[in-house]
Design a protein around this ligand. Structure first.
Ligand SMILES: [Zn+2]
Length: 1057
């Protein structure tokens, strides 16, 4: 990407208006030969020989009226090396052998490798600002369960090694100052002379993301071109991160030398570094809170032999109850919607960390949707440059402190004293606060967005580009119509306004290119049948500016579904089409949306039926079905990432399409997999419409990279999610949006941490849809703790489960499903055993099962992970494509979405539907929203229930539900086969209430669309498929129910306890 934009001074400065265009409306036209109006010469391209396949032979409908939509349906490309004869159509071209000039493909091999800059970084002892004590809000106490007599449960001996990754604490580290550092050369090193008056540069604020209001008041927004050390995502700077063959989810390790530790100034008086509003929390956190609120399962007083009562087991019936202890301790932290730690108590030693058997790390959702009024403020430092620590590259944040009369600032992360640039100077008041603090969001907010100067660019910000690659081979499902209509309806809402670029390729056994040049009235179609030598016939007109070519694009979307309506060609040349899309997009980058209907069958990247081999399950080769078969796809994914292309894969087939392999494209490009098995427009249209529309209209950060920094002594070692790593810790994300989250694991570098606080900083450098380069920075502090009880007390089940699920899914790519499930179980057992050792003797809890209150739902979520589609059962329990799609999807889910998928909400709604009160009032009534245990015992035959996992609704009609009510909801269809009934609003209150309720649920999280599936009690097999197998508390299909699971865990905890 951007090879023609080296760090040359010719880079235009950022436009004054974010919506203005740096150079021209299509600033990055590829440099191929100019093809003027002469392109129309395609019309007359004669078939070169008998090798040419007339398109009309493939597409019946093209003979009819629709064919006129494409005036030029030139001949197919030659099959052999010989090109079609020259025509007069390309006056500017060198004489070529055919009508299609074979332009040199864009270079996608890397140019010179530019190693990340290295500097010697002196580590300094860190000074820690005091933090405010927290009043006794840590009520976390151990809770115990007392199984009277846990039945012996046989389970194979647990795997010896906790194979779910124990990061090597002494693994080498990467240079702190790698690509994602910037503008070191620009730091103002000179200290201002005392007494002089410094002009204060006022940042201009904007509301940010989404929306990008263009109000940018600072005049001097033009940063002069500088010697840039920043971010070189240009091809040269890219370290090819090809995943290890054995593990497609490449856990990155090492490559990094620890910075030398330099002891230096420790002598700062505390007053100088005290930050307003922060004091020390640890004083009150010593030791354990003694109030045990244990309860027993079993031995109900007055009865014996009653056994366990599953009713008393803990459940997350109110969803994700986030604990806010950290934000109480550190009110300046970013919101937990952006960053959640698995425990806010960072262990102070490696020995302590090793006793924390759960994942230690973070889940980051850098662009999470913020409620109105809580948008991230935008700061423009203009000529001052972005203020960062000279040594560790931390961005200025609320935890830095000012000293020396305001002329110096101390980095909260590495304690280095930095000079305050003259333009940024402000006097301090008597308490050491900057007098302009209330006008400085970067010093008061945990999340802020900086306008990046040109130092952070290697080319002008790219315009949003959408490219659609559509399988048109014998599609009868109505998919093409839905896709075309949806795209057309979104054209006005695509990101980028007048800068948006768009293009299309369709394919079956041949590739079809579409010239969308704005001077045309109708698109011109070009068919290429030579799959071995794919090239781009018209480099400049296959991707066009949407607003300029709007008419042509509209005409294309109106006509292409009917063109292929009667297509009987069943072959799919997906690999060659993918290559072609890459060639078209590689200059700009952007979003590639793939609509794949069948197994790729022709050309490079052809795949075979391999997922249905039942004999492989349960063997050591089972996992191979879940990883890509052909290295072509991984290589393509790497090339796409390098060229800033994010790939989203939409799968539709009723047959095996090897999503394990196709999903690789999304996995390594920061993309997403959408799966609509057995797609039928009549059934699935709404879901596809909504999700595709959201995909192409949700605010997106383009050509981005993300890094999460943390203080000295700790570091992130492994990363988990859909992305590719560039260098050891720089996450390459060609496109990011609010629906994507990433997880990472933390380890200690030093035997003992001396600091009291660890700071985390997430920085996402990206190009906004409006064409600005920006850096979104989230900062959070967390206390260092010295005992395990504190770690448990500050544990966050949601973050643990999110990280845990990702690790378990990765495990299924190298091991049998059963082993992945066992590893989940083993870690939970180890954690509970450790906790038990901490408390059991002291509190004489004997045979009771005890666990920390903060993790009371951990065992249940662990069970849910094992029963999720990605991990459940074996061959018979999930189709291979379904399983893989679930895995890819879950790897990207934000915490709340993940928890809801694992433990969906089940509510009874029949009584509610009879109420006449308005929905608005009812939403305040928490009762209706509280879920029921996910067990068949929750279902009353007289009731109507809604099951919602965030991806679909299941409406369960009890067999004794009043026929009148059923009739009100389903109309005359009420007695019909429910698989054929679709829910729609009828003219009665109950029906309206139901539809209102469903819409309310959909609106509460619109990242996916829930279709409604209706099932009647006792209806087989639908009731089982849609609902009963998902009631995870029940023993289904040989797997444990909740109660058995608890008993089994307890048994294992007691072994060797
Ligand atoms: Zn620093």
């Amino acid at each position: 990407m951007g090879t023609e934009y080296p760090n040359s001074p010719a880079i235009p400065s950022r436009p004054a208006s974010p919506f203005s265009v740096p150079q021209s409306s299509t600033p990055f036209k590829s440099s191929g030969p100019v093809v003027g109006p002469e392109a129309s010469a395609f019309r007359h391209a004669p078939p070169s020989s008998s090798q040419i396949t007339p398109p009309s032979s493939s597409y019946g409908s093209m003979v009819g009226t629709e064919a006129s939509a494409f005036r030029t349906i030139p001949s197919g490309m030659p099959n052999g090396a010989a090109r079609p004869p020259p025509t007069s159509g390309f006056p500017n071209m060198p004489p070529a052998a055919g009508p299609y000039q074979h332009f040199p493909a864009p270079q996608f091999s890397s140019i010179a490798q530019v190693p990340p800059p290295r500097t010697s970084l002196a580590g300094q002892p860190v000074l820690w600002p005091p933090v405010r004590p927290v009043s006794g809000s840590f009520s976390t106490s151990p809770v115990s369960l007392n199984p009277t007599q846990p039945p012996p449960v046989q389970m194979g001996s647990p795997p010896q090694s906790g194979s779910m990754v124990q990061p090597d604490p002494v693994a080498p580290r990467s240079p702190i100052d790698s690509q994602f550092s910037a503008a070191r050369a620009t730091m103002q090193l000179s200290s201002p002379t005392a007494g002089s008056v410094y002009p204060v540069a006022r940042p201009s604020f904007q509301s940010s993301f989404p929306g990008y209001i263009s109000q940018q008041t600072t005049a001097g927004a033009q940063a002069q071109p500088r010697q840039s050390l920043a971010f070189h995502p240009k091809p040269g700077g890219y370290v090819p991160p090809m995943p290890a063959a054995s593990s497609p989810y490449f856990a990155q390790q090492g490559g990094y030398a620890a910075p030398p530790s330099v002891a230096s100034q420790l002598g700062h008086p505390r007053e100088q570094i005290r930050h307003p509003g922060s004091t020390h929390p640890m004083a009150v956190m010593q030791g354990l809170v003694e109030d045990f609120s244990s309860f027993s399962i079993g031995s109900v007083p007055g009865s014996f032999d009653s056994g366990l009562d599953s009713k008393v087991l803990p459940r997350p019936l109110e969803g994700d109850l986030e604990r806010n202890t950290l934000s109480e301790m550190f009110p300046l932290n970013c919101s937990s919607r952006y960053l959640r730690l698995t425990t806010s108590g960072i262990p102070n030693s490696q020995s302590l960390a090793s006793r924390w058997h759960l994942p230690l790390g973070a889940v980051v959702c850098p662009l999470a949707e913020a409620p109105n009024g809580e948008e991230v403020p935008v700061v423009n430092f203009a000529q001052t440059g972005i203020i960062r620590c000279k040594r560790c590259r931390t961005y200025v944040n609320p935890y830095v402190t000012f000293t020396d009369g305001g002329r110096k600032w101390r980095c909260n992360s590495c304690a280095l004293l930095n000079d305050v640039p003259g333009e940024y100077f402000a006097h301090l008041d008597a308490s050491g606060r900057r007098i302009d603090l209330d006008q400085r969001p970067e010093l008061t907010k945990g999340s802020v967005e900086f306008i990046a100067p040109t130092d952070y660019m290697v080319r002008p910000p790219m315009p949003p580009l959408y490219f659609f690659l559509i399988d048109v081979s014998a599609v009868r499902s109505g998919m093409l119509e839905v896709v075309a209509q949806t795209i057309k309806s979104c054209l006005d809402n695509l990101l980028g306004f007048s800068r948006t670029q768009i293009g299309f390729i369709t394919y079956d056994s041949t590739l079809h290119f579409y010239n969308m040049k704005s001077s045309l009235n109708q698109p011109q179609m070009m068919v290429m049948s030579d799959l071995d030598d794919v090239f781009i016939p018209l480099p400049d007109d296959l991707v066009v500016n949407l607003s300029e070519s709007r008419t042509v694009v509209d005409a294309f979307l109106d006509s292409f579904p009917s063109m292929f309506q009667e297509n009987t060609n069943v072959e799919s040349a997906f690999g060659p089409a993918l290559r072609a899309a890459f060639m078209v997009m590689s200059q700009l980058g952007g979003k590639l949306l793939i609509f794949q209907h069948s197994l790729p069958s022709l050309g490079v990247g052809r795949l075979r039926l391999r997922g249905d081999d039942i004999r492989v399950y349960g063997t050591d080769k089972e996992h191979i079905l879940r990883i890509p078969e052909d290295p072509f796809y991984k290589q393509m994914a790497a090339d796409f990432t390098k060229n800033q292309v994010a790939v989203n894969v939409y799968g539709f087939s009723d047959k095996y399409t090897d999503l394990a392999t196709l999903g690789t494209l999304a996995k390594y490009t920061g993309g997403q997999v959408y799966y609509y098995p057995s797609f039928q427009a009549a059934v699935h249209k709404d879901k596809l419409c909504h999700e595709l529309a959201r995909d192409i209209t949700r605010e997106t950060a383009w050509e981005s990279v993300m890094r999460i920094r943390c203080g000295k002594g700790v570091r992130f070692t492994t990363y988990h999610g859909n992305f590719m790593l560039r260098s050891t810790d720089l996450i390459a994300l060609p496109a990011v949006d609010c629906d994507k989250a990433y997880a990472m694991q933390l380890s200690l570098e030093e035997t003992l941490l001396t600091s009291q606080t660890v700071y985390f900083q997430v920085a996402l450098l990206y190009t906004s849809s409006s064409g600005e380069r920006r850096i979104r920075v989230h900062t959070a502090a967390a206390p260092v703790v010295a005992d395990l009880g504190e770690m448990y007390r500050m544990a966050d089940t949601g973050a643990i489960i999110s990280l845990f699920t990702r690790l378990a899914i990765e495990k299924t790519l190298t091991s049998k499903l059963e082993e992945a499930r066992k590893s989940v179980q083993l870690r939970i057992v180890k954690a509970l055993r450790e906790y038990r050792n901490l408390h059991a003797v002291q509190h004489r809890l004997g045979g009771r099962m005890i666990y920390p209150e903060s993790l009371k739902c951990l065992p249940l979520y662990g069970l849910a992970i094992c029963k999720s589609i990605a991990l459940r059962g074996g061959y018979a329990n999930a189709q291979p494509d379904e399983r893989c799609a679930a895995g890819y999807t879950m790897m990207a889910l934000p915490v709340k979405k993940m928890l809801k998928l694992l433990y969906p909400q089940l509510i009874r709604i029949d009584e509610y539907l009879l109420k006449k009160t308005s929905l608005a009032e009812d939403s305040k009534d928490k009762g209706i929203w509280k879920g029921l245990p996910l067990a068949a015992g929750s279902l009353d035959p007289q009731g109507l229930y809604l099951y919602d996992d965030g991806f679909r609704f299941v409406l369960w009609f009890g067999s004794m539900l009043s026929p009148d009510r059923v009739k009100n909801l389903l109309g005359e269809n009420f007695a019909a086969d429910y698989s054929k009934v679709s829910l729609r609003e009828l003219d009665n209150e109950i029906s309206r209430n139901l539809m209102g309720l469903l819409n309310k649920y959909r609106e509460s999280d619109s990242s996916y669309y829930q279709l409604s599936y209706l099932v009647r009690q006792g209806e087989k097999p639908r009731e089982g498929y849609f609902l009963l197998t998902n009631l995870i508390e029940d023993p289904v299909g040989g797997a444990n129910g909740y109660l058995d699971w608890i008993m089994q865990l307890h048994r294992q905890v007691q072994q060797n306890a």
